[in-house]
Ligand binder design. Sequence first.
Ligand code: TYM
Length: 333
Amino acid sequence: MNKKTILSGIQPSGILTLGNYLGALRNWVTIQHEYDCKFFIADLHSITVRQDPKVLRENTKRAVMQYIACGLDPQINTIFVQSHVHEHAELAWILNCSTYMGELSRMTQFKDKSQKQENVGVGLFDYPVLMAADILLYDSDFVPVGEDQRQHLEITRDLAKRFNSTYGEEIFKIPEAFISETGARIMSLQDPTKKMSKSDPNPNGYISLLDSRDVIIKKFKKAVTDSENIVRYSDEQLGIQNLINIYSSITQKSTSEIEREFEGVGYGKFKVAVGEVVADALEEIQKKFYELNSPEYDSFLTEIYEKGAKTAHGIAKSKLEQVYNAVGFVSKA
Ligand code: TYM
């Protein structure tokens, strides 16, 4: 039986966070046997915001290690680096030509990110089109992402339908977002109205997958909450709501179970309890990561992403040929 195709990626713009893990990676691990999975490191996307070249190279390799340390099996998944498959950038160009400025201007992620920059690059504006290209090249059925990517999936679907109807063929499969119920929206520990992000200038706002147990507990102790001192899931208590979400996402306990568990207990103890379960969950991942992060594993890792790029390129090449043919380009051969 043909397996359905899953595709997703993470930007190497820093060490991955608890948000990336609970919103994306952890779900990838649970579905990896059921689907034909392609997971990539979105390095082309990451340069929409200025990156230090040395750090970017390091973070890209570390992202591969973190994928594997989190439990992705390189034997059954295609793991690759986005810039190794040039068709992503090429298809983005084609899709650009049928994307409207207005629809890109409405993207909330663009609005947020562009406010933080003095000079806004065209790449940042165009980010969702490249993302659409990533997804459409592989006939992806499902795209497992966090809630913040829902809008990008919607525009991907719109672009695919528009292209198919313009050229009168079912060239692109229409993908669906795959967003889990828990963990899809982990917020900053310092400002629970903003999502937890690896590019947050304040490291107390996020938990990195590589933070030590002490640092994790310290960050949770410092998490911004309120003065109610009641562990209750409420829109009036966004900081506590976020901590309950994290605790629930890791322990699989329901919010009402958690409220009962911490009834009459102050925030201090609750914060430490959340820190403990997070540190426990990350312990194995860190052990595996540090094992992989040594020169003796260099060639093992290189082989994984080179093999991944080869497989990905085979698929992407034939999809791009179909597209070039549909738009009327003269074939090379
Ligand atoms: P990135 O690197 O920002 O995020 C990677 C994945 O982590 C999820 N995520 C979160 N989930 C819950 N809470 C959070 N605080 C949190 N922060 C991040 C994101 O939703 C995402 O699933 N644009 C993508 C990268 C990308 C991509 C693609 C994804 C490029 N092309 C094609 C899927 C398909 C992104 O936001 O990366």
